[in-house]
Ligand binder design. Sequence first.
Ligand code: GDP
Ligand code: MN
Ligand code: MN
Length: 255
Amino acid sequence: MKRAPESIRVTGVPGLPLIREGDDLPGLILARIDLEDGDIICIASSVYSKARGYTRNLSDIAVSGRASRIAGRTGEDPRFIQAVLDASQEVLLEYPFVLSEVSCGHIGVRAGVDQSNVEDDTVILLPPDPMAAAQDVRDRVKELSGKEVRVIITDTCGRSFRRGQTGHAIGWSGMTAIRDFRGDTDLFGHVLKITEEAVVDELAGMANFVMGESHAGIPVVVIHGCPEWKGHDNLYFNPDEDLFRKMLTGQGSGK
Ligand code: GDP
Ligand code: MN
Ligand code: MN
């Protein structure tokens, strides 16, 4: 008989404190949970950013004409919109919400800038280089414990076509973003031509479910027993193949 696949276990790390700038997240995690080689640590980008000081005080932000114009339409705090614009590499949409690309290639609503789970006057930015952030956590865990883990930095993001936000991976280390099924055969021997599975987002989704969005206080989740996969890291469309981006920026109209 064929052996059943191992089950995958998804565990929230209990008892983490409110994270402040300078905190050693890997150290705090290792003090609370036993890790094994191959485990995948999923960390909410919001706490990675808090630990690294990627936050801004609204009271320090000078508002541009563009930010006040957008804020006037969306009904948001102009200083918050300014923080969003400052975090944006390219703005794809201003209204009904700012949608923009940030420096790492991720496209998100309000550039992923958060006002929740932080003090009133503060906003949390996405880590500027989330791939390096994932690598950094991985290296630090190895240094402290000798364990070879894999790491995903997550954020909660909206999607096209469907209501509801889900966890997305914005940085990863020790795995490829995509499991590539192209060239594989289905149950009937047909060769798969298109299917690339965004495994990092599926795992981020599971982790995000355990984290929740409010006051659970679980910003770190460990996935145990997840097999490895083969693929590549080209998670983001190139601008010339991204139909939705072309439509939003008007480059897709006409021809
Ligand atoms: P995001 O998805 O990265 O924007 O992060 P969220 O704000 O949605 O928070 C995800 C999870 O982490 C939720 O369970 C929050 O309660 C929790 N969380 C956020 N900040 C902290 C913190 O500083 N300490 C702890 N222990 N939990 C936090
Ligand atoms: Mn967020
Ligand atoms: Mn979230």
